[in-house]
Design a binder for this molecule. Sequence first.
Ligand SMILES: NC(=O)C1=CN([C@@H]2O[C@H](COP(=O)(O)OP(=O)(O)OC[C@H]3O[C@@H](n4cnc5c(N)ncnc54)[C@H](OP(=O)(O)O)[C@@H]3O)[C@@H](O)[C@H]2O)[C@H](O)CC1
Ligand SMILES: [K+]
Length: 492
Amino acid sequence: MLSVTCQQMQDIEAASFKQGHKPESLMEQAGAGIAKTILHYFPNKRNAVAYLGRGHNAGDALVALRILRDLGWQVGIRCENALHELAPLTRRKLRELGDDFYYNQKRPEKDSIILDGLLGIGAKGPLREPLALLAGEMNHHRVQGRSNTIAMDIPSGINGDTGEVYDGAVIADLTITIAIPKTGLLSQNAVNHVGSLALVPLEALTPENIQPSQPRPLHLTTRHSIKRKRRSFDTHKGQAGRVGIWAGSEGMLGAASLCAEAAIRSGAGLVTLFTPPTLYAALASITPREIIITPSINPQDLLKSRFDALVIGPGLGSPVASLAEKLFAVIQETELPCVLDADMLNLIAREKRLDLFRKNTILTPHPGEMARIYPASEHFSRVPTADNFTSEYSSTLLYKGARTLVAWEASPIYHNSTGTPAMATAGQGDVLSGLIGGLCAQGYPNLEAARLAAWLCGEACQLALRESHITEETLTASDTIAHLAQAFDALT
Ligand SMILES: NC(=O)C1=CN([C@@H]2O[C@H](COP(=O)(O)OP(=O)(O)OC[C@H]3O[C@@H](n4cnc5c(N)ncnc54)[C@H](OP(=O)(O)O)[C@@H]3O)[C@@H](O)[C@H]2O)[C@H](O)CC1
Ligand SMILES: [K+]
C-alpha cells in the first residue's frame, strides 16, 4: 500500500468525517485490529502496560488494552498527564477501561507487552515532557525486563514524514500502523525504532486519489496487499510448477539443500537440484526425499528439462572458469524466470557480466553483494540505490536488509513489513531464493513472487519466535521453512 505523510493522513481522516464516519468508531476498529495483531504475534503473553499521551493515539492503545483485559490479560497504564488534559474521546476510552487504572498505575513486569500510545500523527517535533520521561521509562523496561514494545501507529519521537529520530525516541519491536503506512516509518534512519511493521486497514480510510509524496512511490507490502493463489481442484504436479536449481559446492551443501526444500515448500510440484557428481551422496543424505537430485557437470542440463523457473547460485562457491562460462551461457539463453543469488551475483560482478541482468532475472543481493554488482550503491542510501539500479537494469531487484526492498523498472519501491533480527543467521538467503523460484514456477509474476517470498520468510520467523523453544538466538533457517505453513495461512 502507498505510504502517506501525516498531513495526507489527517486530510483523508477529515474527508471521511465529512462523509459521516465517526472518530470513535474508527478508534474502536483501530484498537480491535491492534489487539488482534498483538494476539497473532504474542499469543503467549499475558501482561500489557499502555503508556499514554493526551491524544487519540492513546485512545487506540486504551481500546486494545480493554480487549486484552477482557480476554484475561493483566493490564495497566502509565500516564503523566492530568485527566482533564486528555482529549475527550481518549478520556472516554480510559473511563471504559476503568478510572482505577489511572489512580493505580503500573510499570511493566518482566516479559510484558509495552504499548506506546504517547504520540501518533499529531506529534510535532522532539518529545516534550512529560512524554520524554515516559519514553525513557519504556525503553528501560524493554531492555531490563526483556519486554516487547509495540508502537501504536508511529513510535513516539520519530518524525512520521521523514523518519528523523528525535532524542529519547521509543524503540519498538513492532509498529502497528493505522489505516495507511506513514512514509517516515519506511526510512532507513528509523528502522531500529520501528521494528517490524503491521497494518490495521480501516475501510473508511484508503489512499485513493492521493499523490505520492516521493517521485518514485514508496509502498509497504503487508498481508493485505498480497494475493495468494488458489489451485483448481484438478491441478497435477506438472502444473504446480517445476523448479530447476543449480547450487552447492564442497563445504556448502546446506545452502543447496535449504534452497531446494524451500522451493518444494513454496508449493512447487517438482524441484530438481543439480549438483556436481562428487557431492551427490552427501547432498542426498541431507535433502528431503521429495527433491530430485541430479548429478551434473553441465549447467546446460537446466535448459534440457521442462522447468518453469530456475534458481542459480546458493552455495555455489567460486566455480572454475569453464563452469562459470557455462552458467553465463544458461543465463544468457533462458527466457524462464531466473533467480540469481549469492555467489552467482559475485561471479557476475567479478567477470563484469552485468549484461546478464535481463528482464526475466530476479536478483537477491545483500548490501555486500550489491556493492559488488553495483559499486555506486556505496554512495547512496538504500532507496536511491534500488531506484537507480532498477532504472539502469531491467531485472527485478530484491535488496535484502532489515527492511528488504523489492522493485522493478518504474514500479513503486516496495518495503517489506515482516522480519526480525533473529533472521541474521546463515541460510535465510538460500530459503528466500528457493521460495522465489518456487513461486515463479507457480505463475506468480517475478515482482509479486519476490514481494511474497520476502514477506513469507519474515512472517515465518516472527511466528517461529512465538514458540518457547525458539528464541532470537536459536532461530535457524530450518525453523523458517518449518513455519512457512503458518506464514501462508496468515495471508488468508
Ligand atoms: N488516522 C486516523 O484516521 C485515525 C487515527 N487514530 C489515532 O489517532 C492518532 C492521532 O491522534 P491525535 O489526537 O491527532 O494526535 P496524537 O495522539 O498523536 O497526539 C496529539 C497530542 O500530543 C501533543 N504533542 C504533539 N507533539 C508533541 C511532542 N513532541 N511532545 C509532547 N507532546 C506532543 C499535542 O499537544 P499540543 O500541545 O502540541 O497540542 C496533542 O495534545 C493516530 O496516530 C492514530 O493512532 C484513530 O484512533 C483512528 C483513526
Ligand atoms: K505511538
